[in-house]
Design a binder for this molecule. Sequence first.
Ligand code: ADP
Length: 679
Amino acid sequence: MDNIKNLFKMTEGSSVSEYDSLRVMHERYERIFKGSHGYGFLDWDIAAQQIHWNGGLWQYLGYSDEDVAQRLADSNQYFNFIHRDDHAKLMGAIRHHLKHDELLEATFRVLKKQGGYIWAEVRASSKRDTAGWVTHISGIVLDITKLKQVEQALVDSEARHARIFEASQDGLWEWSAGENGGFFSSTRCWEMLGFNEGDGMVVQGAEAIKVWRQLMHPDDKPFYDKVLNDHIMKRGPFDVEFRVMGKDGQWRWIRSRGQMTYDEQGEPFRMSGSHIDITELKKSEERVFKAKEAAEKANRAKSEFLSNMSHELRTPLNSILGFAQLLQLDANLSPLQEQNIQEISNAGKHLLRLIDDVLDLAKIEAGKLTLSMEPVVPARLIFECFALVRSQAENNAITLTFEPGEWSEQVVHADNIRLKQVLLNLIINAIKYNRPQGEVKVNLSKQDDDYLRVTVVDTGQGIRHDLQKDIFQPFNRLGAEGTHVEGSGVGLVITQKLVAEMQGRIGFNSEVGKGSQFWVDFRLDKNLDGRPNKGSGLFQPNAVKPMIGEVQLQIASDKQILYIEDNHSNQRLMKQLLSRYPNLQLTMAVDSLRGLYLARRERPDLIILDINLPSMDGYEVLTVLQDDKLTSHIPVIALSANAMEHDIQKGEEAGFKYYLTKPLDINQIINVFNQLLID
Ligand code: ADP
């Protein structure tokens, strides 16, 4: 109201229309002041120690008009409304302003009526009398809390970043183009290399790039440059590892990552990034790599040793089993002789199984087993297994029972051959460790979690409780080594590993005097049902092949066979075998060159080729035969002691009609003759 009176005083004597227009103007200002929420217009009369307030600031802070008129208007009381911590700062700003007559600018916290503070800023200037004394300070006070909050958030975030970078131990760097540009790298970048500020090496700007290039390993520079160049051309991220010489003369590994920024013209103008010291990581990587290499080397050596051993053992076994089979075909033997030959043959077969088992185990352990997972019908495999073990069961008067019931066509997800091997192992054990006139029952049942369970139940002597924990240990026969039951103690280990490889499960229960139950679970393939599955083929060296009587040669016409073999015992075996068939004429070659010569001259109907031949191996001989017009039509089969799975695969791929492994199975080779010598 005072202001209005003043205005009236000023306008005394003015005309009515002037008065009207002043009134209109006054009302307009009143409206503006009232509407200016959060803004306070002040006019501080220094002599009267009064502050005239306009605007809505104080109402905005919850004060009444009385508060403003009585307390806030008194400039001596005004500081009660300002945060104590800001008093000195504000006083200082006022003093500075009075002294230098510059714009008064200060920020401080103002108390709200309900408690708590807002941040405010004052901007004011002064009016001075003729002597230069300030009579009035006038200006504006406004709420800048939001601004302050943003400012504080920025400060906080900057501090947080600084803390993170500090804690992460990463070095930071930035390159910028232009006159004021250059290269900046944080102290940490240098510390990683062992340099400190006082070393003279710690430089910034263009010089820094030079120093870094000097320290970088020369072999790493081209790759570094390529990655950088690709990044600049936007062809890839900048993430590169390189070596830098540290202060101690040792190479340190640094991983550098960064990002280029481009200006509006697409020109690179700033690149920022970080350095991490990865020396320790690299060292452990190297250690792991070396250990892996050593393990792989050892593994290769082991595989090589095993395949050599297998070869070395199979060659004499070929004679043992081969001649035993020949003798068995002799009709003039006494019963005792027959029995003796049977012993030789059994022992030889046992040895062969042992070799196969050990090779199998080694292969699984070396992770070299390749599975072909497919839908398989277990019920069919069980019938196939029964056919294979029937005579063994009959010899011990053991009854085999399998009633698949509703599961006869149920399909599981497994490798056909390997699942058969698993089931066969369990069924053979159930026969071997049974009592005479005992029983072996195989059941199928569905588990709650969509697995099909095959359980093999026997009525044998069971497994002692204290020995059960060792059942899956290789070569541990749990005392069976002292009995007449043949075995090697690796069957169940192989079985367990095969089941695991096929994502199945295995377990057992056993009670001494009553018998055992071994079970395996495989995931059901619910979408499929009853798809026929393949039987095991002729080329499976490890599959148990029954000797079901003598296979008859069905070829009646004269045929000529060339056998290229350097081992005398094997030559004699073949000679004696073929002497049983007068229409099959055998020509023998003891080395590859003679073999090739005979093949061209005689043009036999079939060539049997050993693989491990001196000077020129079986594969080379095969290639020459295939490339020669005179011999390319002649079927060639391999007969080799190289009986690892990869040998067989390689043989088939090379073009052998059949790849037979030693020891020779007479029935098998007669079968092959029946197929290849047809007119
Ligand atoms: P192997 O039969 O060649 O000795 P396995 O690994 O198949 O080797 O079995 C390990 C041992 O577990 C056997 O020697 C035998 O003592 C015991 N065993 C396995 N199956 C049975 C079973 N069905 N009943 C009793 N004992 C068994």
